[in-house]
Structure formats: C-alpha cells, structure tokens
Design a binder for this molecule. Structure first.
Ligand code: PMP
Length: 383
C-alpha cells in the first residue's frame, strides 16, 4: 500500500472524539458548535432539497454561489474576483486545500509550512512529491519573523501554506506579518496557499486581512474558504478556492477528479447566507467571543494558564508552568478518561520538534456545556 497514507495515524480529531464517546466525555476537542446553525440558512437548504435541483451542478459550483462569493469578498475585503474564472466551489476546505496543493506541487518542489499546522497539509504535499520545509512558531505570540523565513525560503521554494486565523493557536495575523510573508513569496517567486477557513471567526474588533489582498499577492495566492466555518455548519463541507485564472484552472483539473461537484442544494443555501447583512456576522462573532470569555474565565480561575484567543473556535492553555510532568498528549488522555472532558494536544499539529505543553479547547458550545466541563476539570491540574 502507499506508505504516505498507510503509515498515517487516524487524525487526532477523530481519535479524540472516539475517546470522548467511549468515556462519555464532554467533547471540547473537535471544533464544532453545539448550536444547530442559522435557521434561515438551514431552511433555505431544506427548500432547495425539496423544491430545487438535485442533479449534478456545474463542476465549478452553481453560478449563484460563485457570484455570492465574489460579492461577499468585494464587500468585506475589497477584492475584485471574477466569479466565472476566479472562484471554484469544492466539497469543503479540505478538498479546496487538496486540489490547490496537488495543482501546484511537483516532485522535488520545496513547500514552506508553519508549525503548528492543520494535519491535512503534509500528507498531500508528500503524496505530490513535495519536500516540506517546516518553520516552528513560538507561543505565546506564534508570530512570523524575517529570520525564520530566511532559513526556509530558497530558489527551490515552490509554495508556502499559510493558515490565518491559525488553528490551533487562535492567532489573527496582523498586516505586518502578511507583508513580510508576501515579500518572501515575491523574492523567491513562490505561490501562497492561504487557508482562511476561519476568516469570519475573529474577535475584539480584529479584522481578517486576506493574503491575496496584500500588494504583489493577487496573482500568486490561492485563497481557501469554508462555509462550514463561516456559518457554524461544519458538516456541510462547502469550500471555496479563489485565485487568478492560471492558478485556478489547474486546481479545477484536480477538483474534477477528486469530487467533481458539491451538493447543489447546500450551495443554494450558502449563496443566500453569504449575502446576509454585516450585523449577522458581527453578532456571531460577539456570541462566540462571549463563549470564549466564559471558558477563559473559568479555566483561569481553576489555575490554567490560558493563552489569548484572537479568533477561531479555540483557545489554548500552556501547561509548561504548572509542573505537571506530563506531555500535552498524556494530559489529554488523562482528562478524557479521568475527568470526562476531551481536548486536543497541540503537539498533534507538528511533524517534528513539537511544543508539547499546549492543549486546545473548543469553546463554540452552549453555556451549560462549558460550565459542566469546567466543573469536571476543577481538580485536573491539582493531582
Ligand atoms: N483548515 C483548517 C485550519 C481547519 O481548521 C479546518 C476544519 N477544522 C479545515 C481546513 C477544513 O475545513 P472543512 O471542514 O471545510 O473541510
């Protein structure tokens, strides 16, 4: 069998969710909301199933959704995307990433990646014959700097994969870091695959800046989005790739043999959702920020050193100062079995040289779930 995949463990999210089920634990591991999602958007999907078209839609996505994506990004970020040649709908952000990576990477190409990183990137890069060049970001800020980029970028660099806002570290990168990365992409003629699935989940008035909007990046960036994240409907798996035609054309060739199309009824509902007024998106951010604050306050009062969460559904705690004498993974295994709360060890987001003291908790849950988890964790760090 193919060793790239045969040698892989089951993803940590699946493994932890299984442990959560086995232990009857509260699952603050995998990132999905308790809430069922916006009713009007779900209703639009239901209507489209019953009354609408349920046959193969256009391979690139239904025109209404491609137009809605272009309009949405023009409104929120001032982007000028041509919906017919620069927008493609995929079956989730995961497929958008795979289509983009396979479209760009040829055997021997070097690909710059930042750890901690989402776990789908590396196997696909390896399958394409790419050579990963890993940068290790440092808590608590997890910021980029010139020195770390100088070490990994070279004339062999074909692409960089950049996740902003960053899961699991919950950082929303400022313009300064994006400009630095853009400077390296231009100096070494590299393509950026920018995973922006968390783009709308940003807090405290922060603004998400798409890398594709940074000067010099318009024609060398594949921008990845996910409606599952934007609307808290994670099972829908509707993703997007936005890129200049020479890049998108090739990503579309991969997409046509990965999934070819994506459920048309859900596309109708996402097109409707993307047109919702700004207040909807700001309201969602405030609700999630309130949950973040609730879990942060609770964990802090229990003695957990909580790192700030600027975006995503996640916050992290750094156990290093607690003298627990166990790794993040051992901690997660202990709390799921003994305290019945599942979390994710951040070391799972590293290939090598992991920071092994940071644990991720998901806060996109209702108050009762968060409070019950806090209650169960009350003596987790006082052994
Ligand atoms: N990238 C990141 C950083 C993610 O956190 C996720 C989902 N957890 C994805 C991609 C995948 O998105 P989707 O569910 O739309 O495939």
């Amino acid at each position: 069998m193919n060793q790239v995949f045969a040698g892989l463990p089951v993803t940590v999210f699946e493994a932890m969710s299984q442990l959560a089920r086995d232990n009857n634990a509260i699952n603050l591991g995998q990132g999905f909301p308790d809430a069922p999602g916006p009713e009007d958007i779900r209703r639009a999907a239901a209507d489209a199933v019953v009354d609408g078209y349920n046959q193969y839609p256009s391979m690139m996505g239904i025109p209404e959704l491609r137009q809605a994506i272009a309009t949405h990004y023009a409104h929120w970020h001032g982007l000028n995307l041509d919906p017919m040649t620069e927008v493609m709908v995929t079956s989730g952000g995961t497929e958008a990433l795979t289509s983009s990576l396979l479209a760009v990477i040829e055997p021997g190409d070097e690909v710059v990646l930042f750890q901690p990183m989402y776990d789908s990137y590396l196997p696909i890069i390896r399958q394409a014959g790419g050579i990963p060049r890993l940068v290790r970001l440092q808590p608590p800020g997890w910021r980029l700097n010139e020195e770390m980029l100088r070490e990994v970028f070279s004339h062999k660099t074909k692409a960089v994969v950049f996740n902003n806002p960053l899961n699991p570290a919950a950082v929303v990168y400022p313009r300064e870091d994006l400009e630095l990365l853009a400077r390296f992409c231009q100096e070494f003629d590299a393509i950026a695959i920018c995973d922006e699935v968390w783009e709308h989940i940003v807090f405290d008035g922060r603004e998400h800046i798409p890398l594709i909007a940074i000067p010099g990046m318009r024609d060398r960036t594949l921008k990845i989005g996910s409606a599952g994240k934007i609307f808290g409907l994670t099972g829908w798996k509707i993703g997007f790739v936005c890129a200049a035609p020479p890049l998108l054309r090739v990503a579309a060739k991969v997409h046509q043999f990965l999934t070819f199309t994506t459920a048309p009824n859900l596309q109708v509902a996402v097109a409707y959702g993307l047109g919702k007024p700004d207040a909807f998106f700001h309201g969602m951010r405030s609700e999630l920020a309130r949950s973040r604050d609730r879990l942060t306050a609770g964990l802090t009062s229990l003695g957990f050193p909580v790192l700030p969460s600027q975006g995503t559904y996640f916050l992290t705690v750094d156990l290093s100062a607690l003298g627990l004498n166990e790794t993040d993974e051992a901690f997660c295994r202990r709390i799921v079995t003994e305290h019945k709360v599942a979390a994710i060890p951040v070391s799972a987001f590293y290939e090598v040289n992991a920071v092994t003291s940071v644990v991720r908790f998901c806060f996109s849950k209702n108050d009762a779930t968060l409070d019950a988890a806090l209650e169960r964790l009350s003596d987790a760090i006082h052994r």
